[in-house]
Design a protein around this ligand. Sequence first.
Ligand SMILES: Cc1cc2nc3c(=O)[nH]c(=O)nc-3n(C[C@H](O)[C@H](O)[C@H](O)COP(=O)(O)O)c2cc1C
Length: 369
Amino acid sequence: MEFKSFKIGKYTIEKPIVQGGMGVGISWDQLAGNVSLEGGLGVISAVGTGVYKHRKYLDGKEMVGKEHRPLEAINFYSYPALKKIFENAREICGDRPLACNVLYAQSEYDRVVQDACKAGADIIITGAGLPLTMPEAAKDYPDVALVPIVSTAKALRILCRRWKKTHNRLPDAVIVEGPLSGGHQGFKYEDCFLPENQLEEILPPVVEEAKNWGSMPVIAAGGVWDHDDIVRMMELGADAVQMGTRFIGTVECDANDVFKQVILDSTEDTIKLFKSPVGYPARGVKTNLHKSIEEGTAPKVACISNCVAPCHRGEEAKVVGYCIADRLTDAYDGLIDTGLFFTGAHGYRLNEIITVKELMDKLMNGEDT
Ligand SMILES: Cc1cc2nc3c(=O)[nH]c(=O)nc-3n(C[C@H](O)[C@H](O)[C@H](O)COP(=O)(O)O)c2cc1C
């Protein structure tokens, strides 16, 4: 099968591969810039930009709170840092399409969508909740394409009806994500294992629903690993795929080498779904952190950044035993004992670190060509 380019709004993506946004520092300027340069869609994560390594140099003042954490959402989702990340990525990919991932569950969602538009995002991608107010948040930027992430055809139907009614707009594309994906899931814990919720089952109804609303491209995500998987998704009606975990195995991925090694060392048995203060289960690698949570010796929860609304300033974090902002930041900093390392269910299959160009070639043409 020959892979074709596809369009999101007015933007043409040469290769049907979207690199999934990966929060706190896994997909920033280097990864996203290089994926877009190679003809895929690079996605910069807006999550935790306040811990961007060069934060101190952005506007001459420290934007960090207690324990060197960004104080309050305004600094955790830092506009100066996001702007700098976009500038650096643009130096790599020029004016090729470049997207930004903003979580619906995060604090100050509307402000961060506007920040991303100002910073130069062509496309905004939002998951972690049903983004009913996404068109309102982006209303001053009509050229910016909007892409929600859903897990069911029903969710897409509800979104389209609402967007049409309130803003006479429809999604420019839709991502359907199944429960093998990395990080937070769109399903409850038990529902992640149900056969009817697997990507192969939820994709065709979303493709059918999308047809009711014109020519909206459908992007399949969650557990897509190689060329043959992409072919399978396209045979089921997808126009493109979104992949996260496989891009962690690239030289350009912004994750620390320790982070990449944790994924390389993982096995099928160490990749699990964990409780998260965001309210959805999240997939990652079981490490010492989980042992210390069980034993009550994990780092104390003290909310500094007010990162996600459902956590209620650390209340949920206390229930699940850890602060998600702190633990993901530790993973970004390569702190093996206290970091939380997200991966998709197929992370154990990662066995090499190659360049984005090499990976894109393998995905387009098959591993052995
Ligand atoms: C380390 C990591 C961090 C992630 N962070 C986010 C995020 O901040 N926002 C989001 O919408 N998805 C996030 N995801 C999901 C990815 O964007 C992508 O959709 C998913 O990983 C696809 O499944 P795959 O990893 O099996 O390819 C994350 C995934 C990983 C592995």
